[in-house]
Design a protein around this ligand. Sequence first.
Ligand code: AHR
Length: 515
Amino acid sequence: MRFRHLALGLLLTATAAQAQQPVQLTVQPGNPKLIISKHIQGHFAEHLGRCIYDGFWVDEKLNVPKQGRIRMDVVQALQKIKVPNLRWPGGCFADTYHWRDGVGPTAQRPKMLNLWWGDVVEDNSFGTHEFLELCQLLGTEPYLAANVGSGTVEEMAGWMEYLNASHDTPLVLQRRQYGHPEPYKVSWWGIGNESWGCGGNMTAEYYTDVYKRYATFAHDYPGTKLKRIVSGANGDDAHWTETCMKQIPLNMMWGLTLHQYTLPTGSWTGSKGSATQFDEQQYFNTLRNGLKMDQVVTRHAAIMDKYDPDKKVALLVDEWGVWTDVEPGTNPGFLYQQNTLRDALVAASTLNIFNNHCDRVRGANLAQAVNVLQALVLTDKEKMLLTPTYHVFDLYQVHQDAEYLPLQFQSPDYVRGTEKIPALNASASKDKTGTMHLSLVNLDPNKPLTLEAGLPGQSWKTVSGRVLTSAKVNDYNTFDKPNAVQLADFKGAKRKGDKLSVTLPPKSVVVLALN
Ligand code: AHR
């Protein structure tokens, strides 16, 4: 009997030693002027693989709800997450695109080869008017990328006149003839894309001169003040950002971009890693690579601060996401990949990073919306599914244009061998009705994580929340089981005295509302 007590005592001691002390987290009061721009939750639709054709824009005969050829079940899913802006037509495709080929009677539009993506014939049936109709259905801001790599200043200026002018010029008469009497008022314009690479392989020094020439002829038509956006750096290329900030007058740019993808293997050559078949080490590596976003953004933001201490110029991470090998048997040029709980954890962590840098990061675009890379929606003929990443955007929409609330905490580590990453990441905001939202991510796949949050100066009584998790980190939704990974109500948060006590399940994203 004595022995049994002793054994029980030892067991209790060991369990207590293993149990994690609650993380102490403080939600600090915000500054009403510091807002998390809704545009951080922007998306991207390129003429690539099955994003536009077969994704948004489908065959007339496909038996799904449609407006014209726009697929309405996809539109409705995206309406629900309030897409703030949609970037189009690329990507690399943008620097091969000639907008005049995509307006006018469809049958008369010239075809072209999509040289970047799969060498397929592009019939231009989805062009400017169709894209802007899609944006109108989504209630989203169009973000156009002008062709700098293989286009001309005249071509870009003509596109702006076609869309934004109201005088009786030949281009405006044509727009009216093609069905849009009023100006479209498109204000977001990227001047080129990846001009260091597929957009022309330019040096930063050369591009900044080219940019200034294009930006000079990007005209503000009455009622539409343009947001001129500089094509920015590849990952941590500090020289590119430094050169743009040094050479381009601040009043000639509204934003500067940055592209940063997460590759599971970290390598652009050879395998990038499977989207669905990976072990815990590969899971860890992907998260570690994804969290680099924080360093990369911090580095570029610090350079921007040197030239623009008042933070007038927005940093737009207008391409980001997990990039894996394509699904076996699919066209390698179509970049079609599945999307697991792991990718949702990367998305949630990345959005937390952007929220926590909202003084400078005022826009971002996940690559890409449908059927390409880390998609929100996948389609297969009539079928459609929402990926785990979609659910993250559903959870995080509460942060759109809300007041930023800084957080303080020390995260426990998630350790693999000699490496470690923070197990916990988080961000918080207060919306216009006074509700506070806290988004919490536990990256540790094996351990729950408890925390106690103090909210000095804030009054709240009730807490509710939703959670995204699953049995395995490589769980994903299929057309046969479209709800394998889905949101659920979260019961792991309660008020304890004046504190909020939360237990996050392993490998989970939780968003709490405090009222
Ligand atoms: O998103 C896919 C491609 O990645 C884009 O076309 C390009 O800009 C980037 O390299």
